[in-house]
Design a protein around this ligand. Structure first.
Ligand SMILES: Cc1ncc(C[n+]2csc(CCOP(=O)(O)OP(=O)(O)O)c2C)c(N)n1
Ligand SMILES: [Mg+2]
Length: 540
């Protein structure tokens, strides 16, 4: 059934997004986009506004990632759009279905020098799946529908459209078909069969599950495939939590042993990038399972690379009927390493040192976080520890910045997570350096009654740069921040609350107060500046 609609450009735009489940937009005000606000105000789309456009796009990205539907950011013409560029790029790297609508100077006098007259499209083209200008009001609904379909079709990613002032303020008509019209990509059955045979026959197989497993709603199929073939699973990105930590096939501490010892490694739903040693796993054969042919690696040649709907591919693996090698010894071997790693961590997690070790913060957090809490990492070393010590128990509960590694996601991601889950714990793990990019958006969170907990690992330095620079040069520059700064006082001033913690024994109480506060609450933990996350690569 297709509905015919009439209205101004803003009304046509939002009507077209309704079948895709868009219920809110993130924005920072600008006259060029007023008609979209008018449509939202008189319709049922919630307007959530921010203090910097990057937070609007990060919030839309969090909604897109968590809910697997388009997240919408509306940015005013010129600087509004360009302020969103890094965040849109993050969505691009993360394969997140974000739609960014930009205002645009009027086209009827284009070239005459209107306020904020700049062609955004070439700026956006390389960091989106599609970037275009809608040049007629009658085209708005169709263009928005196409944008949503493009954003949601694997491999997912952001779409940018700008709407010239005269187009968006004029009235026109459009058609809104029901449903989303997205069809799964069928994988080549021969590729899937080869992948299944390789994994089943392997003596020491491993599955690495990445973000697209969650994005493609393929978590159940992954679990089924792992369980029927009895293959250990290691997760990264939003793949984390696909198997709960207590699952016999879920491994984290044994990652290195698993990748060193494996003879077949199936990497599912994540690129073979720097996070996975560029897919160079020694003698092991690599099966790269991707959600679209364009995601296949070009820098190495895997044994086979099935491309298509991840649910279909993983379900086929689960239904494999050929002969299977017994992997029990391999699973048991890794379990020993996993348990030993876990035992070794206990000391770190309970470290009673003064100043506080970041690991102790995670030890305390593990005791107060609910299983469905959403945790968000924005920072350097402090967030590397989060990746190591926090164990997401459910899929879709961990948000990291992804391979673009852009600092500043914190408050935007927190906003998107809070909008998605009004009743869950939302907790940002924030470096003190990272705090500078988005902390002002605590004002937006407080004003719009969006409580979140922010835990700052306050070491007074850009730790992930200072320590490597010291190691490389024997000195460091541009790596200092003011020590002991009261980020909690900043949050109080912005309408939230918080406290500074200097003693490990005070952490637990502070965290409990934070989750009970009902307002944005920042726990400012003064941590040991000499502590450096142990890493093999020095460049971040
Ligand atoms: C937008 C952006 N600017 C710069 C960097 C480079 N960078 C990566 S980690 C890091 C240090 C982060 O410091 P902080 O947030 O205090 O965390 P810490 O390492 O001290 O725990 C920097 C500057 C980046 N990733 N993104
Ligand atoms: Mg720091």
């Amino acid at each position: 059934m297709t509905e015919s609609i009439e209205g101004h450009g803003g009304q046509l735009a939002l009507a077209a997004l309704k079948p895709f489940g868009v219920k809110e937009l993130f924005t920072l005000s600008g006259g060029h986009v007023f008609p979209i606000y008018d449509a939202a105000h008189h319709g049922d789309v919630r307007i959530v506004d921010v203090r910097h456009e990057q937070s609007a796009v990060f919030a839309a990205e969090a909604v897109a990632k968590l809910q697997r539907r388009p997240g919408l950011a509306v940015l005013t013409a010129g600087p509004g759009v360009t302020n969103g560029v890094s965040a849109i790029t993050s969505a691009h790297f993360n394969g997140a279905p974000v739609i960014v609508l930009g205002g645009r100077a009027p086209q009827f006098r284009w070239g005459a020098g209107s306020l904020q007259e700049i062609d955004h499209v070439p700026i956006m083209a390389s960091v989106t799946k599609k970037a275009a200008t809608v040049t007629a009001t009658d085209d708005v609904a169709g263009a928005l529908r196409d944008a949503a379909i493009t954003a949601l079709s694997p491999h997912r990613g952001p779409v940018f459209l700008d709407l010239p002032l005269d187009v968006i303020f004029s009235t026109g008509s459009g058609a809104v078909p029901a449903g989303t019209g997205i069809t799964p990509i069928e994988p080549d059955p021969a590729d899937v069969a080869k992948a299944a045979a390789l994994l089943a026959a392997a003596a020491r197989p491993v599955i690495i599950a990445g973000s697209d497993v969650y994005a493609g709603d393929a978590v159940a199929a992954l679990r089924e495939a792992a369980e029927t073939l009895r293959i250990p699973v290691i997760a990264n990105g939003m793949g984390r939590g696909s198997l709960p930590p207590e699952h016999p096939l879920c491994f984290a501490r044994a990652r290195r042993a698993a990748l060193r010892g494996a003879d077949v490694i199936a990497v599912v739903g994540t690129p073979l990038d720097f996070r996975l040693g560029f897919g160079e796993f020694g003698e092991a054969q690599v099966v790269h399972i991707v959600d679209a042919p364009g995601q296949r690696a070009t820098h190495i040649t895997p044994a086979v690379s099935p491309a298509g709907d991840l649910r279909l591919i993983l379900s086929s693996l689960a239904n494999y009927t050929g002969t299977r090698a017994n992997h029990d010894d391999w699973v048991a071997e890794l379990r020993v390493v996993e348990d030993a790693g876990r035992a070794a961590e206990a000391k770190e997690l309970s470290a009673g040192t003064d100043p506080i070790k970041p690991s102790r913060i995670y030890g305390e957090l593990r005791q107060v976080l609910d299983r469905d809490a959403v945790t968000i990492g924005d920072g350097g070393d402090f967030v590397s520890y989060a990746g190591k010590y926090l164990e997401p128990a459910m899929p879709g509960t961990w948000l990291d910045p992804g391979p673009y590694g852009c600092l500043g996601t914190g408050m935007g991601y927190a906003m998107g997570a809070r909008i998605t889950y009004p009743d869950r714990q939302i907790c940002v793990l924030l470096g003190d350096g990272a705090a500078g990019f988005s902390l002002m958006d605590v004002e937006s969170l407080a004003r719009q009654k969006l409580p979140v907990v922010i835990v700052v690992g306050n070491n007074g330095i850009w730790g992930l740069e200072k320590h490597p620079m010291q190691a490389m040069y024997g000195y460091d520059v541009a790596a200092e921040l003011q020590p002991g700064l009261r980020y909690d006082a900043v949050v109080e001033a912005l309408g939230g609350a918080g406290e500074t913690v200097e003693k490990a024994a005070d952490l637990g109480g502070a965290l409990r107060r934070a989750f009970d506060a009902g307002v944005p609450y920042l726990v400012n933990v003064l941590t040991d500046p000499t502590d450096a996350y142990p890493r093999s690569s020095n460049l971040a």
